[in-house]
Each structure stands twice: as structure tokens, then as C-alpha cells.
Design a protein around this ligand. Structure first.
Ligand code: SAM
Length: 184
């Protein structure tokens, strides 16, 4: 495997992705994996883009073996103060990337959905082609989990960076986020 090209960047905490998007004038942002909308609301309080697509299929199995309808209601309440900008999409992220991603051309995509090695690999491959040059692909939970089935973020991100010759930039918060900038 290629040497790991990993640095600590100027974005200290994941909420600051909103400030970076504001600075760049990003019009369309995407969050994959929404749950109660805690991150969505934190982002939207700092920067209100034209569109913020919040995507989650709310599965009732695996890590979430219970009725997810209350989670959907909580996310809807969290997004409600931000008017027309946020759209909650209840569907698997890869399906949406394939059906709408190239049309939306998101300047920022934040992956915090399926953290399994397979899930992260699929999200990386699906969303990268949708992001225009200069856009950001980022994600949460950059830590090595006990099993790749459950948590393959570090491995998938490192593989992807090596394949595309990208530098992995990390936030400094206790639970790190990673990000790539698409070369111009
Ligand atoms: C860690 S939570 C998200 C937390 C949220 N981003 C935050 O920080 O407030 C992970 C979410 O990913 C969702 N998820 C699982 N598989 C997914 C998929 N294929 N596409 C999108 N979201 C998925 C789960 O339903 C769960 O709600």
C-alpha cells in the first residue's frame, strides 16, 4: 500500500466545514447519515447554503434495530428553522448519488452514514464523481474500529486517497473528520 499522505489541516472542528463552505460560496451541500439532525442544525446555524440535502434511509436493522420514525421526526424538527434550504431525503445515499448527484454538483459532501468498510467504499466511489473541481469530500469518525465490517473509515479513506493521489486532511477535534479537495 502507498505511504499515507495525512496532515492536520486549518479546519479544527467539523462544524467549521460550514465556515469553509461559506467562504467558498458553496451553494449545494450534502450530509450522508443524518439521524436526529444534530450536525445538520449545527452546520446550518453557521451557514445557510441554497440547498442542504440531508440523506438517510433510516434502516431498522443492524446498528439501529428499532422503529426509526421518531428519529425522522426529530430530524424534521431540527431542520425546520432553516426554511427552504434543507431537504430530508429518506433513501440510501448511493442510490441518490447515482440518480441526482451529477445534477446537483455538490460543492461539499459529508459522509457520516454507513461506516462499514463496504459502506464507506461505496459512498466514496459514488459521491466523488458528482463533486466539481475545487469541491470538498469529507466525513466523520476517522478512527480505526474493532472490526472492518462495523467500522472501515480509516482503511477506506486511505485506500481512496492512494488510488486518486489525494492528501487526507484531518480536523483536530476528539472524534476526527477527514477531507479531500477535488483537484482543479
Ligand atoms: C452516526 S449517525 C449520523 C449522525 C449525524 N451525521 C450527526 O452527526 O448528527 C449515522 C446515520 O447513518 C445512517 N445510515 C445508515 N446507512 C446509510 C446509508 N446507506 N445512507 C445514508 N445514511 C445511512 C443511519 O441510519 C444513521 O442515522
Amino acid at each position: 500500500m502507498a505511504p499515507v499522505n495525512e496532515v492536520r489541516g486549518r479546519i479544527a472542528a467539523r462544524e467549521e466545514f460550514a465556515d469553509e463552505c461559506k467562504r467558498r460560496g458553496v451553494k449545494t451541500c450534502i450530509e450522508v447519515g443524518v439521524d436526529h439532525g444534530v450536525y445538520s442544525a449545527a452546520f446550518l446555524r453557521r451557514y445557510l447554503p441554497d440547498r442542504y440535502y440531508a440523506i438517510d434511509p433510516y434502516p431498522s436493522h443492524g446498528l439501529y434495530p428499532f422503529d426509526r420514525r421518531p428519529d425522522i421526526i426529530m430530524a424534521s424538527i431540527a431542520l425546520q428553522p432553516f426554511g427552504d434550504a434543507p431537504r430530508l431525503i429518506i433513501a440510501p445515499s448511493v442510490d441518490i448519488a447515482h440518480s441526482h448527484g451529477s445534477y446537483w454538483k455538490p460543492g461539499f459532501v459529508y459522509l457520516d452514514g454507513d461506516h462499514s468498510l463496504k459502506g464507506i467504499r461505496e459512498d466514496l466511489e459514488a459521491w466523488w464523481p458528482c463533486i466539481p473541481a475545487g469541491g470538498l469530500l469529507a466525513g466523520h469518525d476517522y478512527w480505526a474500529g474493532p472490526s472492518m465490517e462495523a467500522h472501515g473509515v480509516v482503511q477506506a479513506v486511505r485506500e481512496f486517497a492512494a488510488k486518486h493521489g489525494l492528501q487526507i486532511t484531518l480536523t483536530h477535534d476528539p472524534v476526527k473528520s477527514w477531507w479531500f479537495e477535488k483537484p482543479r
